[in-house]
Write a protein that binds this ligand. Structure first.
Ligand code: FES
Length: 151
């Protein structure tokens, strides 16, 4: 069986919504200190508090690029409340899976989305429950330190 699903390869080779957004309402930048990968997510929010546009730039591995691409597709057009429930697990499932040692790459996508929403809230003085914006969790990473072993 191939290590990466067709969807992962597709989003890695043809990433959706790539690029810097000049007039973003929120920008989230996150990184993984161990592998050195960095992901930046830009969101545009309309009057109805929906993500009207989203784009990303990822300096990182193929799984991180595929995860960020998929995450943008999953949140585009969605209400912010719904976007905040995005998990790395959902991103991984939408990609038809990632190898265990690459699950942490999808965590970056979840965190980048949340960081962009937090930036939007902060810039607009909107109060929020910090619990909804806490960092993503990768069960595999917590079980074994895959970041260190498999960057
Ligand atoms: Fe760093 Fe994938 S995000 S190896």
């Amino acid at each position: 069986m191939a290590l990466y699903s067709d969807k992962v390869m597709d989003h890695f080779q043809h990433p959706r919504n790539v690029g810097k957004m000049e007039d973003a309402d929120g920008i989230g930048e996150v990184g993984n200190a161990k592998c050195g990968d960095i992901m930046r997510m830009y969101i545009k929010v309309d009057e109805e508090k929906r993500i009207s546009d989203v784009s990303f730039i990822t300096f990182g591995c193929g799984s991180a690029i595929a995860s960020s691409s998929m995450a943008t597709e999953m949140i585009k057009g969605k209400p912010i409340d719904e976007v905040l429930t995005l998990t790395n697990k959902a991103v991984t499932e939408a990609l038809d899976g990632l190898p265990a040692h690459k699950l942490h790459c999808s965590v970056l996508a979840e965190e980048a989305v949340k960081a962009a929403v937090k930036d939007y809230y902060d810039k607009n003085g909107i109060a929020y429950d910090p619990e909804t914006l806490k960092e993503g969790e990768c069960a595999a990473c917590h079980l074994n330190d895959v970041h260190a072993d498999n960057p």
